[in-house]
Design a protein around this ligand. Structure first.
Ligand SMILES: [Zn+2]
Ligand SMILES: [Zn+2]
Length: 126
C-alpha cells in the first residue's frame, strides 16, 4: 500500500473503504428502489472480448449487481469520497443514469425535465 496516494486518488484506499461502507449500509437501489442482491458478481460463463484466461469463471458484470455511484458524478465535480454523494445502485441503473444526478435521472424517468426536478422529493434517505 502506497503512502503517497493523495486525495485525488479516487480509486485508492479511501474509496475502497467507502464502497465497502455503502454496500454494508444500503440494501436498495437509489434509483429504482429495488433490492440489490449483493451476492451477484460476474455472470458465470460469460467473458469479455479480451478474456483469454482458461481459469476464468466469468468476467462480464451482472447488470443487477450492486455498484456504488456518485450522485453528482466526478466529471461534474462530485466527490467519490464523500458519503453524502454516493449511493448503492444496480449496475444497469447506474449505466442508465450516466452523468446525470439521481434527481435528474428520476425526473427523466418520470418524463419531466431537469428544470422541474426541484419539485420531486429526493427519495434517498441518510
Ligand atoms: Zn435499480
Ligand atoms: Zn473471462
Amino acid at each position: 500500500m502506497s503512502v503517497h496516494a493523495g486525495p485525488t486518488n479516487a480509486n485508492g484506499h479511501r474509496r475502497r473503504q467507502l464502497v465497502a461502507r455503502v454496500k454494508a449500509e444500503e440494501d436498495y437501489c437509489a434509483l429504482c428502489g429495488g433490492i440489490v442482491d449483493k451476492s451477484l458478481g460476474m455472470i458465470a460463463g460469460e467473458h469479455g472480448p479480451r478474456c483469454a484466461k482458461p481459469e476464468c469463471a466469468g468476467c462480464v458484470p451482472h447488470p443487477m449487481r450492486g455498484e456504488v455511484d456518485e450522485d453528482l458524478p466526478r466529471a461534474r465535480g462530485g466527490s467519490p469520497l464523500e458519503r453524502a454523494n454516493v449511493a448503492l445502485m444496480h449496475r444497469s441503473c447506474n449505466q442508465e443514469k450516466g452523468t446525470r444526478t439521481i434527481e435528474e435521472e428520476l425526473a427523466r424517468r418520470a418524463g419531466t425535465t431537469a428544470q422541474s426536478a426541484a419539485v420531486i422529493t429526493n427519495l434517498v434517505e441518510w
